[in-house]
Design a protein around this ligand. Sequence first.
Ligand SMILES: CC(C)(COP(=O)(O)OP(=O)(O)OC[C@H]1O[C@@H](n2cnc3c(N)ncnc32)[C@H](O)[C@@H]1OP(=O)(O)O)[C@@H](O)C(=O)NCCC(=O)NCCS
Length: 177
Amino acid sequence: MQEIDEIEVRPFSRREDYQLMLDYFYKADDSVLRGMGVDRLKLPQRDKWLDALLADHHKPEEERDRFYLVWMFRGERVGHSSVNSIVPGVEAYIHMHLWNSRLRRAGLGAEFVRQSTKFYFERFNLRKIICEPWAENLAPNRVLEKLGFTFVRRYRTVPGVIAYEQDVNRYELRRPN
Ligand SMILES: CC(C)(COP(=O)(O)OP(=O)(O)OC[C@H]1O[C@@H](n2cnc3c(N)ncnc32)[C@H](O)[C@@H]1OP(=O)(O)O)[C@@H](O)C(=O)NCCC(=O)NCCS
């Protein structure tokens, strides 16, 4: 894919990175949120969420709840991934979001996730990365299969604070040698 040269991932570094991420969630309509496993009613009040994100950003790395990467395409911020439940040296859970729906289904998401996993493996010295998308959300399931994640099991859970109860597919990727 020719566009690979125009893709870059970098850690969130400023308030605006978080604001753009929040725009993505708060401007999405209910069906879009539902399609990614999110319950609008569970979104925190926007300014409270931003405060919490910025407070977490300034914590020492080993105490952080989440670590965010912004996805850059042709110099523009077009999406993000994050990891949470980070156990340095062991594992973390990854999440993926290409904000601009017009850019989807062109191979960018898979390449961003590939570059993001590489970053997280190195930054946190992880042995494995786990992802648990809603089982009916085809795009992330396909991305993970394509990148060599192994399907482990399907089970019912509430996979996050803004998520509703759903069947998720658990995938794992071991650190490449
Ligand atoms: C998940 C996401 C990042 C994938 O990005 P993308 O750029 O659309 O993915 P790609 O174009 O790289 O596609 C990767 C594979 O998934 C397939 N795919 C992508 N979207 C699909 C869809 N809606 N239905 C079926 N297959 C899909 C592609 O065909 C491709 O497979 P192939 O190479 O075998 O043809 C993007 O769709 C997204 O941000 N979705 C909304 C947020 C979301 O649901 N996040 C997951 C929360 S767990």
